[in-house]
Design a protein. Sequence first.
Length: 317
Amino acid sequence: MSASPTKLGRCHTPSSPSMTAPPRHAYLFLLQLSPDCTFLGCTPDQLFKLDGRHLTTDALAGTGPRGASQPEDDALAAELLGSEKDLREVYAVRDFLLRMLRDEFVHVRYSSPYVLQLRHVQHIAMQFTAKLRSFEESGVPVSGDKLLSAASSSMHLLHPTPAVCDVPTATARAAIANAEPFDRGLFAGPFGCVSAQSCEFCVAIRSALLDGSQTHLYAGAGVLRGSQALSEWREVHAKMRHFSSLFPAVPSWIGSVLLRNSKLSYFFVEGLLLFSSAIWQALSRSDQSLPGRSLSPLRAFAFATKVSRPYFWLVTV
């Protein structure tokens, strides 16, 4: 299934020439599965774009935090670009793209690594361009059925990417199937749009599933030699801030209790803790743009009932 991606604001990049990135956008997508169920997201990952016989895609890997000031931001970007572990991660994606594109495409070119900065995190990226081999040699215009055929071939070559499945693909898929205790659903799938002259697809990561009163957030991190569990865990949470920042903050002690004692969920203890916390926040907030001190205990009770369940998903994803 696919939904038309909408391009958002242009991402900013450091002023240093060695780290300057080409103009780049994120993709905003939404798929209404039913009146009570919606899958949506904001992802920087382009799977590929075909404009006639011209293909663009990119290698995007390695993640670092944003700084609180411009000097700190630039320093963190330089640190990321100099990280041996993160460069190995983006080079693994580069090698995958070169291997996948070499038979069907010609004039494959890619940029040097640069830093792509998003609102909450920044990544190492390498931009690729190529031309369809068969249509380049024949000179036949690529449109209509020919474009659909080329898009299908490109999808088969490039999905799933190492960002969501690792390499070698067959081995990684088997390992993931054995290790992951849940069904990914639409997470990490290709979303995009197709016309007679072009098509464009993104990878549906940095996403959320709104299912009734529950919210499931999805993000991931690449694990390879040199990865540290705590660092990867923080990276996943930073990537989910697009959505988690929309919810009232979960008190750290509640998050710690629930993460370390998963069996509490069977006794509804987490519901009681989060429900009580939501009531307290609703009554004590001074920010009148959100539920605040003007709320009566009855309205605070209703607010807590509505938001306490999504809290659970925010601290256990």
